[in-house]
Write a protein that binds this ligand. Sequence first.
Ligand SMILES: Nc1ncnc2c1ncn2[C@@H]1O[C@H](COP(=O)(O)OP(=O)(O)OP(=O)(O)O)[C@@H](O)[C@H]1O
Length: 365
Amino acid sequence: MSLAQLQITSFRNIDSAQLQLSGGLNLIYGLNGSGKTSLLEAIYFLGMGRSFRSHLSQRVIKSDSDQLTLFAQLNLDKGQAKLGLRRHRNGDIEVRLDGNKLQRLSTLAETLPIQVITPESFALLFEGPKARRQFIDWGAFHTDPQFYLAWSNVRRILKQRNQLLKRESSYQEIEYWDRDLIRYTEQVTEIRNQYVHSLNELLTGIIEKFLPQVEVKVSFTRGWDSKTTYSEQLQSQYARDIASGHTGSGAHKADLRLRVGSMPVQDALSRGQLKLLVCALRIAQGKLLKQQINKHSVYLVDDLPSELDAGHRQLLLKQLADTGAQLFVTAIDPAAIVDSLHCPPDRMFHVEQGNVTVIEQPLRE
Ligand SMILES: Nc1ncnc2c1ncn2[C@@H]1O[C@H](COP(=O)(O)OP(=O)(O)OP(=O)(O)O)[C@@H](O)[C@H]1O
C-alpha cells in the first residue's frame, strides 16, 4: 500500500499542494513553521479522519477557509484506488473511496494503515496505559477482522454497565449484561494476547539492533487479576464497582508492560534510547502487518534527526527502509538525513510557508 499522488487543499498553512510521491523514501525539509508536520498530518488525516496532534479537527482547517479537502491516488495490493476526504468547519465529514461514500471511518483506517513517529512518540512509554492499548489495538484491528466488533461491543456494554452501577442496580440486574461483557472481553483479550505474542518475536530482533546492551522485556497485561476468570473478577469486585460507579477491571484496563530487568523502561533508559525503543515497536508492527496480511504500512516520521546521533539515525533509516514501506521523513536540514543514507532519497520536497515544491536534483554528489 502506498500513496502515488496527494492533493491537499486548505490544510493548516498549506493552501494548495499537489505531489507526485515515491513508493520509497520521501524526504520533506524546510524551516521551523514551514509546514512539514502539516504535510504528514494531512496524510494521517486522510487515513484516519483525524489529526495526530489535535483532537479538535477544525483546528487543521486553514484559518481562512471553511473546509479542507484531501485526495490521494493509492496503490493497493489489488490495484489502484482513489481516496477523497472533505471536512467542513461545522463538523461534517465526507469520505469517498473510488467514488463510493464510506459510512465508517474504520474502513478508512483499514485501507491506509499508518504508523507515526514524532518527537513526542516516546510519550507512549510515559503516559497512562491508554496509548499503549491503542498501540496493541492498531495491530489487533488490522490483523484480526473480529477485533473491531468485539472491542466495540465491550465498550458499548461497559457504558451500559457503568450507568447501572451509578444507579446502584442489584447484582442480578448487572449480571444480565455481564454475560455478553465476559464473552466479548475474552475475545478481545485473546486477540490482543496473540498479537503481542507474535509482535514480541519480531521485536526482540529489532531491539537487539537498536539497543544491543539492553534486554527489554515486553509483556501483555489483560486488565484483571491473572489468576482469576473475568466472571469471578466481576462478581468479586461488584461492591467496589458500585461504590466507584464504574467497572474497575477488564479489557479497558489492559496494558503493555515494558521493562529492563525489574525496572520500567522509562526509569532505565535515556530519552534517545526510549525514542529508539518506540521506533522499534512501530517498525515491528509494520513488519508484522506485512507478514500476517501482506499489507505495507505508510510511515510518517517527523523530525527524525532530533535526539539521535548519526549512527542511530542511519540504523533507524535502514530499519525503516527494510520494512519495504513508503516513508515520509521530515527534517529541518536535509543533509542530516541525506548523509545517513547509502543512496539519495527517492524524492525530496521543500516546504516554505506552506508551499511545497519538489526538488528535482537530490542534494548528493
Ligand atoms: N489552521 C491553520 N491555518 C493556518 N495556519 C496554521 C493553522 N494551523 C497551524 N498553522 C500554521 O502552520 C504553520 C506550519 O506548522 P508545522 O507544524 O507544519 O511546521 P513545521 O514545518 O513542522 O515546523 P517545525 O520544524 O517547527 O516543527 C505554523 O506556522 C502554524 O502557525
